[in-house]
Design a protein around this ligand. Sequence first.
Ligand SMILES: Nc1nc2c(c(=O)[nH]1)N=C([C@H](O)[C@H](O)COP(=O)(O)OP(=O)(O)OP(=O)(O)O)CN2
Ligand code: ZN
Length: 147
Amino acid sequence: MLHQFYPQVPHEYRYELNKDMHLAAAHFIPSEAAGKCQDIHGHTYVINITVAGDQLDSSGFLIDFKILKSLIHRPFDHTLLNDHELFSNEEDSWSFPTTEVIAGKFWKLIQSELNELAHQPKCVQLLVRETPTSYVVFRPKKEDFAI
Ligand SMILES: Nc1nc2c(c(=O)[nH]1)N=C([C@H](O)[C@H](O)COP(=O)(O)OP(=O)(O)OP(=O)(O)O)CN2
Ligand SMILES: [Zn+2]
């Protein structure tokens, strides 16, 4: 499903980059309402990350594509998402890995990294496709950037 077109996010930045990646991972949803999804099962998630900004770094990058991949693919590929602390914090009522929660938490991981950069790029959209017929788009609000 790579190379497809994704929903566009309106913004006024000069540059916008998009990085796609696949993530083979298992999960389960510990909620009765989830029906058969309460049992462990797997997906080949498709992740699309959109980063925008007005300035580039000394390499001419908004952010190196490889860094984006390393933040998501390396830690989560071929894992059970529920095993990660990110998706198992009992104090956080939206912690377990629904597509919505995955999108929001992956956005936060990426934006935390971008916040360290002097030229301050922004992750303006994060899309998670869970199945050929289901995907979620996370678009941060202004206040979400204060992390
Ligand atoms: N809002 C959400 N609904 C569901 C989620 C979710 O994360 N957010 N997750 C699931 C299951 O994990 C399931 O893996 C995906 O569900 P679904 O799209 O229903 O998958 P199907 O292949 O059965 O769908 P078809 O309509 O037959 O293509 C469930 N709901
Ligand atoms: Zn699922």
